[in-house]
Design a protein around this ligand. Structure first.
Ligand SMILES: Nc1ncnc2c1ncn2[C@@H]1O[C@H](COP(=O)(O)OP(=O)(O)OP(=O)(O)O)[C@@H](O)[C@H]1O
Length: 355
């Protein structure tokens, strides 16, 4: 296992990158601690696969260095980096048995058969494959085959990290939940650094102790699931995580206070707020707004049932907002006032939180 450091990393697929958009990865400085469970979360095209390929050695970055425990591995080929990878689609040898598939990465490295046998049986037990070890992989469902891929990723104990690239794509929805929790449990048992790439927030938040959120080739926040929820560093994180996402509203700073739709609101930015240039916004999650006697005047336009909550759509002047209200709680029929929880209401300038 190793601490992985990405030092001033940049990557472009173009020979002569000029403008910002020419870079698939803009400047990245990241540290993955030894034994951590990380998720790399972001929309399609944000640079997740590019980043993984740079860590595994399939791609050389245009700028910057990759360090494993302080050693520069930027020019080392993949087979000398000792990274295990599990891909979106199962990589199994159909003609081999499940046992031989799991044993393959170990035998390939000349591990003696006694150790191979012990490790294969240990991993098979962890991922519930013991009862089918003697079966040929060809006869298994896509779920079963992907379990073998997971097992092959986990079987070596000498890897620096295991990277999972959208590993649950082919898994049946009702099994996804099961495997998601299984992966978390496996991390707790093997304690190898794991990087789990996904564009699905539920997968990221269930698996990871720390989530790295990417957008347009840059990291916009690294944090625990709670930090991402309670204090998004960028409006993108507020939108992307949560359902519904954070409300992001135009805001005016007057006499040292933030105003939304003409009404002053208190925010987590304490003290008098100075003049701010750029695009100034207020961000507040639907969970942190409630109906009150005083506050921002609004009109209820729609109520939808979402299980234990109701999603209430309102308009404050022209601004559309959403609130989450517990099931059964009374909702004003039309005119209402909204109170924002000041500790969870943030000011953003040009997308980034104002500290
Ligand atoms: N081989 C390549 N040649 C040129 N451009 C590429 C290549 N691979 C990726 N890109 C571009 O680099 C950017 C980042 O792509 P990347 O595949 O890393 O994103 P991603 O987050 O993994 O997306 P997805 O979830 O769809 O796989 C995108 O703009 C993409 O079009």
């Amino acid at each position: 296992m190793a601490k992985i450091v990405l030092d001033t990393l940049r990557h472009s697929y173009m020979p002569n990158p000029v403008q910002d958009s020419d870079w698939a990865l803009k400047q990245l400085d990241l540290q993955w601690d030894d034994g951590g469970a990380y998720a790399l979360l972001g929309p399609s095209g944000c640079g997740k696969t590019t980043l993984l390929s740079i860590i595994s050695g399939l791609l050389r970055p245009t700028h910057g260095r990759v360090l494993f425990d302080g050693t520069d591995v930027t020019d080392l080929p993949p087979d000398r980096r000792h990274i295990a990878q599990v891909f979106q689609f199962p990589v199994v040898y159909d003609t081999m048995t499940v046992y031989d598939n799991l044993a393959f990465p170990l035998r390939n490295r000349g591990v003696d058969e006694a150790h191979v046998d012990a490790r294969v049986r240990e991993i098979a037990e962890m991922i519930d494959l013991t009862h089918m070890l003697e079966r040929r992989a060809a006869g298994l469902t896509a779920d079963g085959k992907q379990k073998i891929s997971l097992g092959r990723g986990l079987v070596r104990s000498d890897v620096n990290a295991i990277m999972f690239d959208e590993p649950l794509t082919v898994i049946d929805p009702h099994l996804k939940w099961q495997l998601r929790s299984k992966l978390k449990e496996l991390h707790q048992r093997v304690r190898t650094t794991m990087i789990y790439v996904t564009h699905d927030q539920t997968e990221a938040l269930t698996f990871a102790d720390k989530v790295v959120v990417m957008n347009e080739g840059q990291v916009v926040q690294i944090g625990t699931p709670v930090e991402l929820f309670e204090r998004p560093q960028h409006t993108f994180v507020g939108h992307f995580i949560g359902s519904p996402g954070m409300n992001v509203l135009p805001c005016e700073i007057r006499e040292g206070r933030a105003h939304v739709a003409g009404t002053a609101v208190d925010t987590a930015t304490t003290g008098e707020i100075g003049a701010l240039t750029g695009e100034v916004r207020i961000g507040v999650r639907p969970e942190f707004i409630r109906f009150a006697d005083k506050g921002v005047p609004a009109r209820v336009v729609k109520v939808s049932d979402a299980g234990r909550f109701q999603v209430v759509e309102v308009r404050a002047g022209d601004l559309p907002l959403k609130l989450l209200v517990p099931e059964g709680m009374e909702i004003p029929s039309q005119e209402a006032r909204l109170a924002f929880d000041p500790t969870r209401t943030q000011i953003y300038r040009d997308g980034w939180i104002v500290a």
